[in-house]
Design a protein around this ligand. Structure first.
Ligand code: NAI
Ligand code: 15L
Length: 266
């Protein structure tokens, strides 16, 4: 394995479970962490319980780590306070700890909701201005900007993955464009960890779907070549679900239903 120890945050989550399997071969030790129970350590794993909002705990968590795959977060639209703690204070704690402990590479789970207010008729690339579709999206904008700063100021490299929809299968018509298979997710994280000299990069995380709103040309350096596609699932999804009304956010905005989530009672 290339790395001595990789830290995976969010290890109890849906993608965390997938990445525990996918990242295991890449490091001598895979440190898996979440605030929730991650279960017993398997294979080359070591487990550490940690709330990302707890600065002292995060500094312990990052000690002796070569690279961080940061997936721990509130992963949908929610009230501001939990998003603030997990996604904003949390990502700051991770980068400060990375700086103190000399970690050189971070893979950050950003989201397509950083640009969710673009229309599905628009094609955007990684330099298109951010148009977050909620507080969750705003928190991911913060993570992307924070990582940019930590690269410019301290030379810590980050690849921001604007993940589309990574689930076991396509769930609705929108996901025909945003689907990222689990195998392609693992390959994307592998590229983000191993390609030398990435500096600071942003890439949209989607499989090789027939319909796409995202142009990854500027992220070509990463060499990410998705192998799956949502297309084989199109007939099933279209058969199961009637087309939404043309004004439904699910077919108007790239972020789909996220654009109308909230407001919550704060
Ligand atoms: P998930 O909600 O299943 O997992 C997130 C994990 O983070 C959970 O296990 C949760 O306990 C942990 N977490 C939350 N707050 C925490 C805190 N304060 N301290 C420590 N751990 C905390 O979400 P999923 O789907 O696995 O997503 C993983 C990452 O990928 C998230 O950052 C999410 O925003 C991002 N993402 C996922 C997409 C998807 O399609 N699944 C799409 C775009 C982004
Ligand atoms: C996300 O950012 C969420 O974490 C995930 O649960 C999905 O909602 C995904 O985006 C999506 O846009 O489908």
């Amino acid at each position: 394995p290339r790395f001595n120890r990789i830290l995976l945050t969010g290890a109890a989550g849906s993608l965390g479970v997938v990445l525990r399997r996918g990242l295991a071969p890449f490091a001598k030790t895979l440190r898996v962490s979440d605030k929730d129970d991650v279960g017993p350590a398997a294979g080359n794993e070591e487990t550490v319980a940690c709330d990302l909002a707890d600065k002292g705990a995060v500094h312990q968590l990052v000690k002796d780590v070569d690279a961080i795959v940061h997936f721990g977060a509130i992963s949908v639209e929610a009230r501001f306070e939990p998003i603030l703690q997990a996604n904003i204070v949390g990502v700051f704690n991770v980068y400060e700890a990375a700086r103190k402990h000399g970690v050189k590479r971070v893979v950050f789970a950003s989201s397509n909701h950083v640009t969710g207010f673009y229309k599905q008729t628009e094609r955007i690339d990684v330099d298109s201005p951010m148009r977050p579709d909620g507080l969750y999206g705003v928190s991911k904008c913060f993570g992307e900007n924070l990582s940019r700063f930590y690269y410019d100021r301290y030379g810590i490299e980050t690849v921001c993955l604007r993940i589309g929809s990574s689930f076991p299968a396509v769930r609705d018509r929108r996901m025909l464009a945003t689907y990222l298979s689990y195998d392609d997710l693992i390959e994307l994280v592998r590229c983000a960890l191993f390609v030398p000299g990435v500096g600071h990069m942003v890439i949209f995380g989607a499989s090789d779907n027939a319909v796409s709103w995202w142009d990854n040309t500027k992220a070509a350096k990463l060499g990410f070549k998705p192998r799956d596609s949502s297309e084989p699932q199109r007939a099933r999804v279209e058969g199961e679900q009637p087309p939404p009304a043309p004004t439904d956010p699910m077919v108007v905005y790239q972020g789909g239903a996220f654009v109308r989530a909230g407001p919550f009672d704060e």
